[in-house]
Design a protein around this ligand. Structure first.
Ligand code: SF4
Length: 205
């Protein structure tokens, strides 16, 4: 079912109110307006807990501050930098490949950069009002609006971002997914969206 524009607007507004009070503080959320920084952060956060990345973030970013710096270090040097985070061999090769493509000014899709990471760059670095839908955002939006189809979830996530008027809505949904709308046992009693949520409604009836 298509939610009304008013429902989408109210949900976006409730979510942003909640986010203002509960947002998680991570070092990468300060001064994100830089494509490279967003890309490296997205690479680091793949398959690694945010809390673990946060512990090493400043040091890693200082060492890998630009594509040129990565090329200068070489794959082995990048591996050394990434060791504390694990998966360093794979990640070093990925980052090196990405740095090389950027330095060569290659067009088209960058290596290792899928639609989600691309959306993060457009949103967090360039401020475009686009949704960034990973598995967690997918879960929240699917539950909220009672839809399962990935394309439909993307459309509704896009409507939420536009209704909020800020791409920070993406971060709000990510935080809600981590803190409240968890994969198992969502905490609907603490959720700012409970009054509008299709999933919560089915639990009540
Ligand atoms: S009400 Fe429950 S299911 Fe719905 S978005 Fe909130 S936590 Fe998730």
């Amino acid at each position: 079912m298509q939610p009304s524009a008013e429902t989408v607007e109210v949900a976006a507004s409730k979510l942003m109110e909640w986010y203002a009070r509960h947002k998680r503080q991570f070092p990468w959320r300060v001064g994100m307006r830089d494509d490279w920084r967003v890309l490296v952060t997205a690479f680091l956060l793949r398959k690694t807990r945010a809390e673990t990345v946060a512990k090493h973030y400043d040091k890693v970013l200082a060492a890998l501050s630009s594509p040129e710096k990565v090329l200068e270090l070489g794959v082995e040097g990048v591996e050394e930098v990434l060791k504390p985070l694990g998966l360093h061999r794979v990640r070093a090769r990925q980052l090196y490949g990405l740095a090389k493509a950027l330095a060569e000014g290659r067009g088209g899709r960058l290596p290792g950069v899928g639609p989600y990471t691309e959306a993060l760059v457009r949103c967090l670095s360039r401020g475009e009002l686009v949704p960034a839908v990973d598995v967690n955002v997918q879960r929240v939006v699917a539950r909220l609006f009672g839809v399962g189809d990935r394309r439909r979830v993307g459309e509704l996530a896009s409507q939420l971002v536009k209704a909020a008027g800020t791409c920070e809505l993406n971060l709000a949904v990510m935080d809600l997914a981590a803190l409240v709308c968890r994969a198992r046992k969502p905490r609907c009693g603490e959720c700012p969206l409970a009054a509008y949520c299709a999933h919560a409604r089915t639990q009540r009836s």
